[in-house]
Design a binder for this molecule. Structure first.
Ligand SMILES: Cc1cc2nc3c(=O)[nH]c(=O)nc-3n(C[C@H](O)[C@H](O)[C@H](O)COP(=O)(O)OP(=O)(O)OC[C@H]3O[C@@H](n4cnc5c(N)ncnc54)[C@H](O)[C@@H]3O)c2cc1C
Length: 407
């Protein structure tokens, strides 16, 4: 137990992280009646959607993958479809929403989120600090330390909404990350007709980058470890349903691990414009798709790369883009590694084994809990790193976070 000092501000709820998960949790607690002044948010982002916006802009994503209710406000209304209907004076968004085929424009989501963060008092309660440690200090009390181990706050309850700890790279390319011709999908890109671009990965980011490179006349090779998969959402729709979630939460740990293994590889939605563009490019020899794995990279001459593949084949390229998503090992978060070490929070292969109510029992007390939303709570619900998943986690935690009684 760390002795508490009176200087650090005390809150009912401290939210560590200031991104999507933090704003969603904030909104659910505000809607449940918790005052903005009873909460504090710690984070260093310039805006709640800063990371998402940066990534989406890098892959030239202009429409989200989720649907009308894919916004950060607490209620599940197809709000964005209505707003777009009004903005564009067309019924089309609502018609698509009826068939669960509406996807909101990124700029609409950004505007709506910015307005909600202001309206709900999120920004006013944010402290622009990264938290390095969360410690149980006394009955019903946590203390939070910054990267200089200074005490920056205390709270009855803590919610961890940290997101991913970083970007994921293919093992064979880790040593090439600084090379000008090797980039991650979420970094800025320039493509030209002189380029032969190899995009590694088979998900949403890869599909956007195939399209962006083809649009600029480049030759594109899609390199992916598993056969390409088309799927409207980033997980089977049943996993977004109460029935699907109940079925998942009945599974034993070994079955859950198998479930994650079966959840399978990345996927991207079927879009007529993409299918047509790739079909035309394939016919003119500018697009090919290969199921294989890169095992080594070489640069026989400046600006000319050669990828060695697991099948023994090689691939020439002028640019290699790793659309390989985010680091999945949550222990890469210093804060999480500290909780695992100090409080024995269980983890397996870098995934936190949170309880199904999204709490961390090893740190929680009957009236003072530590919970997690976003990718940190994926063990409790496989769709945790989606807007819908974060709303589910925040709603499960809400009654626990509203507790004020002694004991
Ligand atoms: C391009 C892209 C498109 C996506 N589209 C969709 C979509 O359409 N629908 C959907 O449901 N999901 C979508 N997602 C998935 C998901 O919603 C996002 O990844 C979302 O940003 C995750 O929110 P988060 O709060 O977990 O993490 P983030 O948004 O990354 O926020 C975490 C924040 O916490 C801060 N932080 C981290 N550690 C600390 C610390 N120790 N102390 C203080 N602050 C800290 C970070 O700096 C960051 O600001 C998309 C993701 C990407 C990348």
């Amino acid at each position: 137990m760390t002795p508490a000092t009176s200087r650090a501000p005390h809150a009912q709820v401290a939210i560590v992280g200031d991104g999507v998960g933090a704003l969603i949790t904030w909104g659910v607690l505000r809607a449940a009646g918790l005052a903005a002044t009873d909460m504090v948010v710690f984070g260093d982002a310039p805006a709640p959607l800063a990371r998402l916006e940066r990534c989406a802009t890098a892959i030239e994503q202009r429409r989200m993958r989720s649907e009308g209710q894919g916004h950060l406000r607490p209620l599940d209304t197809p709000r964005l479809a209505w707003v777009e209907l009004w903005r564009r004076r067309t019924l089309w968004p609502l018609w698509l929403a009826l068939w669960q085929r509406y996807t909101p424009p990124l700029d609409l989501l950004l505007d709506d989120t910015r307005a909600w963060a202001e309206q709900s008092g999120f920004w006013q309660q944010r402290v622009p600090t990264r938290i390095a440690a969360v410690e149980r200090s006394a009955l019903n009390r946590f203390v939070l330390r910054d990267q200089q181990q200074e005490l920056v706050g205390s709270a009855r309850h803590v919610v961890l909404a940290l997101g991913y700890p970083g970007l994921a790279w293919p093992a064979a390319l880790c040593a090439w990350r600084q090379h000008p011709c090797v980039q991650h999908a979420y970094a800025e890109h320039q493509f030209s007709a002189a380029d032969h671009v190899v995009v590694i990965g088979g998900g949403m980011a890869a599909a956007h980058l195939w399209s962006a490179a083809l649009q600029r006349g480049a030759q594109v090779t899609a390199l992916h470890r598993h056969p390409l998969r088309r799927q409207f959402l980033n997980a089977p729709r049943c996993t977004f349903s109460a029935v699907g979630l109940d079925a998942y939460q009945q599974l034993e740990p070994a079955q859950r691990r198998q479930f994650f293994a079966n959840l399978g590889a990345a996927s991207f939605p079927w879009r007529l414009s993409w299918e047509w563009q790739r079909w035309q490019a394939q016919r003119s020899g500018r697009f090919q798709s290969r199921t294989d794995r890169v095992v080594a990279l070489a640069e026989p001459s400046p600006g000319h790369l050669c990828l060695s593949l697991a099948s023994g084949a090689t691939l020439a390229a002028t640019k290699v883009i790793c659309a390989t998503g985010f680091e999945q090992n949550m222990l890469r978060h210093t804060l999480i590694a500290g909780l695992v070490e100090r409080y024995g929070v269980p983890q397996r292969d870098g995934r936190l084994l949170v309880a199904d109510d999204c709490t961390l029992p090893q740190l929680s007390q009957p009236a003072s809990i530590c919970g997690a939303v976003g990718v940190l709570s994926r063990w409790a619900l496989p769709i945790a790193d989606t807007f819908m998943g974060m709303k589910y986690a925040a709603r499960r935690l809400q009654p626990l976070l509203m507790q004020t009684q002694a004991g």
